[in-house]
Write a protein that binds this ligand. Structure first.
Ligand SMILES: [Zn+2]
Length: 437
């Protein structure tokens, strides 16, 4: 049986850090940070770190240990986290990982993440020289390219399905393998990719409560030295004279680039505009994180549950109404204890049912995408004058029943009969002529 691990994920402001601390206290274990910004030393406010008091003497690993001018990649995290997890297991403890960095959690929980059809795009990869064609909004260049490198895969997609064709090429560029080979491999080895016996908590608050909470959080950050931290970042850049890459390292953190204009113009209006921009970015990021959990992480859980039911479980700690906080913590502790002791679990909540059904649906669509075949209609044409194509049996059946298809057939028959009539008339006329002759 694989070793146990507990994950607490969720957006900023949803209470995941506090939940992790409560669990760690109750089960006498330690927390490992899985947030790519909180690995940096200093900048506690802008990176939303949990304070010393809030940590309640629970050890927090992989937090505040890296200098701001250093980079930390997914493989770095995986290596360091695994070492700590191993150490905690040796002490008989169940490690609790907390954080919202998707790549970190994904790489830690699942094997061969690069091959998954539902994985996030890969960061930090060497660029393929032809990757530029991925930026086109139509398939004019991408489709011929795919046809060349992976004809089987090109055959599978609708010729104008930009999203799928681009995705196939992305896989090809990033792995150097034909996507069709990868899918073949995957379907023949539909085996579990899970690395640990995993309990996953999602600390989740409804958007109508979460969004104002995030705004208030940004305001609070201002009172806790946000601008000082930004100033420090700014002057360290000025001193060393380098231009930070806003897509790398600490420079990605929300707040830094949003307040950039204020350093050039310190008027009140600029300040307000920057503040507003930071609030918008914070909320956008929260929405993106939620989507990732709903559309990628939970479907993967559901898919793993089918293969190894007792090896993975997800549970939602609803933090919409903070008056229920203690109740949610108690329930989570209950689930933790039952899951890792192989005891009967408490009943699923209404919300957990709903979310797991949704994950199931996402999974079905993704599976269908992977196995669907392409049908070409002999009679119908699409808008560009090419043969009409439909993807998947269901869509093909729908097409055969459609008005468009039936009309085309009727028109063809009419044309054929007209042609026959003309031919018959010609023949008759010819025969008549012959008679005259
Ligand atoms: Zn047709």
């Amino acid at each position: 049986m694989s070793k146990p691990i507990c994950i607490v994920c969720g957006t900023t402001g949803a209470g995941k850090s506090d939940l992790a601390v409560e669990l760690a206290k109750k089960f006498e274990t330690e927390v490992i940070n899985a947030d790519s910004m909180q690995v940096y030393r200093g900048f506690d406010t802008i990176t939303n770190k949990i304070s010393r008091e809030e940590q309640k003497n629970v050890a927090h690993h992989l937090m505040s240990f890296l200098d701001y001018d250093q980079e930390y990649s997914v493989p770095n995290f995986e290596r360091d986290a695994r070492r700590i997890i191993h150490g905690l297991h040796a002490k008989g403890k169940i490690p609790i990982l907390v954080g919202g960095t998707n790549y970190y959690l994904h790489s830690l929980l699942f094997d061969d993440s690069t091959l998954s059809s539902i994985d996030p795009p890969l960061p930090d990869k060497v660029k393929h020289p032809d990757e530029g064609i991925l930026s086109y909004e139509n398939t004019d260049l991408m489709l011929p390219y795919l046809q060349k490198v992976d004809p089987l895969m090109a055959e599978r997609w609708h010729p104008r399905d930009v999203r799928k064709i681009r995705r196939s090429l992305e896989i090809y560029f990033h792995t150097g393998k034909r996507p069709s080979d990868i899918y073949k491999e995957q379907s023949s080895l539909r085996k579990s990719k899970l690395k640990y016996k995993t309990l996953l908590f999602w600390a989740n608050a409804e958007n109508d409560v979460l969004m104002p909470r995030l705004d208030a959080r940004v305001d609070k950050m201002l009172q806790h030295g946000l601008l000082d931290e930004i100033q420090t970042m700014k002057s360290s850049i000025d001193k060393s004279g380098f231009t930070p890459d806003p897509t790398r390292g600490i420079w990605q953190c929300i707040g830094f680039k949003e307040f950039e204009p204020w350093f050039h113009n310190s008027s009140q209006e600029t300040f307000q505009a920057c503040l507003e921009k930071m609030k918008v970015s914070t909320k956008q990021y929260a929405k993106y994180q939620k989507k990732w959990i709903l559309n990628r992480l939970l479907p993967l859980c559901v898919s793993e549950q089918k293969l190894r039911p007792s090896s993975i479980l997800f549970s939602i700690a609803n933090t919409t109404n903070l008056q229920n906080w203690n109740k949610e913590v108690t329930r989570s502790c209950d689930i933790f204890s039952c899951f890792f002791n192989d005891q009967t679990l408490p009943a699923m909540s209404e919300e957990e049912h709903r979310v797991s059904e949704k994950a199931e649906k996402v999974l079905q669509i993704q599976d269908k995408d992977t196995i669907s075949t392409k049908f070409t209609c002999d009679v119908c044409l699409d808008k560009t004058g090419r043969s009409f194509v439909s993807i998947g049996k269901d869509a093909w059946q729908t097409h055969l029943q459609s008005r468009k298809h039936k009309m085309t057939i009727r028109r063809m028959k009419e044309r054929a009969t007209r042609h026959e009539r003309i031919e018959a008339a010609k023949k008759a006329a010819m025969e008549k002529n012959m008679e005259i002759d």
